[in-house]
Write a protein that binds this ligand. Structure first.
Ligand code: AMP
Length: 503
């Protein structure tokens, strides 16, 4: 596997593989430590290849564990510190792991797994390394990682990504980026629980780059974030548009201060002309790439370099040309391909497509399919159209949204709200700003029983309880208490009427 070969190759140099808060891990250390972890996993758990869980944030120790898992033929499941306890426990139950690397202070609920903290990891890393055989490395359809995304039933779905899927994505995208093995630095900001982080990990480490990690604390302190960025020497920026939007509120975000930066890779949500305008003013020579793709088809399945013509055009910014090794088509309601310029659902067929959701045949059968020639396909749920070989995105078919780069199923929030004490029913809406981007969420709830508390108090209590069930980025900003929901003529909740109230 390219990333593993590359780590071995650069282990013979002095190159840094990852830097976080001034701490550095070299390729040599990454190689040796991942060998030790692979050896430990193989000796401790023998042929049992249940995925391992890594619970933390951006600690430098996480990468050797991921790589060690791959070298021992196991998949890893990264869980970010920001996930609420309930969701973490749900995922642990789903995976039923033999081992959990827990770098947080959080106590995990009952599970049968061996839990390893940072101190215990140090003991594992004290062992001698003997030559490891490549025979144990992940192969072909073996899973490399499983990422959990918001699920409409209120239960997250585990997307399984194999070596074959990753090879399909990286072979295309590293060529698209013109990456060579020069010692550049790439931004490693996206949480490991989201698949855009696969770009720095697999394409960065696969080409000898240094990953510049920004952890949760840094991201919460803008002054510190800028201090670090200015001294980072990053050449390639990888993020959702949301982070760049936040940075462009500051004058220092420009090519005088962050002088090595030559390319921006955006993915995960709509890239607006406003942000592109800001960036072209501040980084006049930088390449700006809009990448598009769902986790289920491995990070990105289309990409495009933004040019002046696209900014000046009436049309929205395109999501680009399709990935080389897959087929991307637009289909109508009957599953037939539509003509150029006609809108429909975007589907993808080929080696990038995941085998499906872990232990979830029902959801897998809904979204995945086999093509006539037996290849794996995925219905993205995204509406799009083709024009002159370029794809344009036109929103979703369902209630999935992106808020600040995070993928959220509205029904996931509603289902969890219904679990909150005294809530009878709930409806959640995205609220849009003038640029037609979602700025926040509003929930309407009806209670089982009235009480003496003010509406403000009630809404604070509801939000606090909800925080225990779902990640904080999914919590609606406003929770409005209603006596009852307005109903339409069919007797269903009149969403249109409620929506009027959030405008
Ligand atoms: P995720 O699985 O978190 O990467 O989210 C995938 C979804 O994000 C896609 O199905 C789209 O709805 C949306 N998305 C990803 N990239 C873009 C983009 N460049 N422009 C618009 N929407 C995007």
């Amino acid at each position: 596997m390219k990333i593993l070969d590359s780590i071995e190759k650069f282990a013979k140099t002095e190159r840094a593989a990852v830097k976080c808060l001034g701490n550095e891990l070299t390729y040599k250390e990454l190689n040796e430590n991942s060998d030790k972890i692979a050896k430990y996993l193989l000796e401790e758990f023998k042929s049992d290849r249940t995925p391992i869980i890594i619970y933390g944030n951006k600690e430098n120790e996480i990468l050797p564990i991921m790589i060690g898992a791959l070298k021992s033929g196991r998949a890893y499941v990264p869980l970010d510190i920001t996930f609420p306890e309930e969701r973490v426990n749900q995922i642990i139950k789903e995976i039923n792991p033999k081992v959990i690397f827990n770098f947080t202070q959080n106590n995990l609920k009952t599970h049968d797994a061996l839990e390893i903290n940072l101190d215990q990891l140090k003991d594992i890393l004290k062992c001698e390394i003997s030559n490891l055989s490549r025979d144990t490395w992940v192969k072909d359809d073996d899973n490399c990682y499983i990422l959990f995304t918001s699920g409409s039933t209120g239960k997250p779905k585990g997307v399984q990504i194999s070596k074959k899927n990753i090879d399909s994505f990286t072979q295309w995208f590293e060529k698209y980026l013109n990456f060579d093995e020069s010692p550049n630095t790439i931004l490693n900001q996206i949480s490991y629980s989201f698949d855009v982080s696969v770009i720095p990990i697999y394409i960065g480490l696969g080409n000898g780059k240094t990953l510049f990690s920004l952890n949760k604390d840094t991201l919460e302190d803008l002054k510190e974030l800028f201090n670090q960025l200015i001294n980072s020497h990053i050449d390639c920026w990888v993020s959702t548009p949301a982070l760049a939007e936040m940075c462009s509120k500051f004058d220092d975000f420009n090519d005088e201060k962050i002088s090595d930066l030559t390319s921006f890779v955006f993915a995960g949500e709509v890239l607006t002309k406003k942000l592109i305008g800001e960036l072209t003013k501040r980084f006049s020579k930088a390449r700006i790439i809009n990448g598009y793709g769902p986790t289920e088809a491995t990070v990105l399945i289309s990409a495009i370099d933004i040019n002046k013509q696209m900014i000046e055009s009436e049309k929205s910014i395109p999501i680009g040309y399709p990935i080389e090794n897959c087929e991307l088509s637009i289909i109508d309601k009957n599953g037939n391909k539509v003509k150029d310029g006609e809108k429909g659902e975007l589907i993808v067929i080929g080696d990038s497509v995941s085998k499906g959701y872990l232990n979830n045949p029902e959801m897998t059968n809904k979204a995945f399919f086999k093509s006539a020639d037996g290849k794996q396909g995925y219905k993205t749920g995204d509406l799009a159209y083709y024009e002159e070989g370029i794809i344009y995105y036109c929103g979703r078919k369902d209630f999935q949204i992106k808020l600040n780069g995070f993928r959220i199923e509205i029904e996931d929030i509603e289902n969890n709200l219904r679990k909150v004490n005294n809530i009878n029913n709930a409806v959640v809406f995205p609220v849009f700003n003038e640029e037609h981007k979602i700025s926040h969420l509003t929930a309407f709830v009806v209670l089982n029983e009235e009480n003496e508390l003010s509406n403000l108090k009630k809404s604070i209590l509801i939000k606090n309880e909800l925080k225990k069930l779902i990640p904080s980025y999914m919590i609606p900003r406003n929770v409005k208490i209603l006596k009852e929901f307005p109903l339409n003529t069919n007797g269903k909740i009149d969403r249109k009427k409620l929506m009027e109230a959030v405008k």
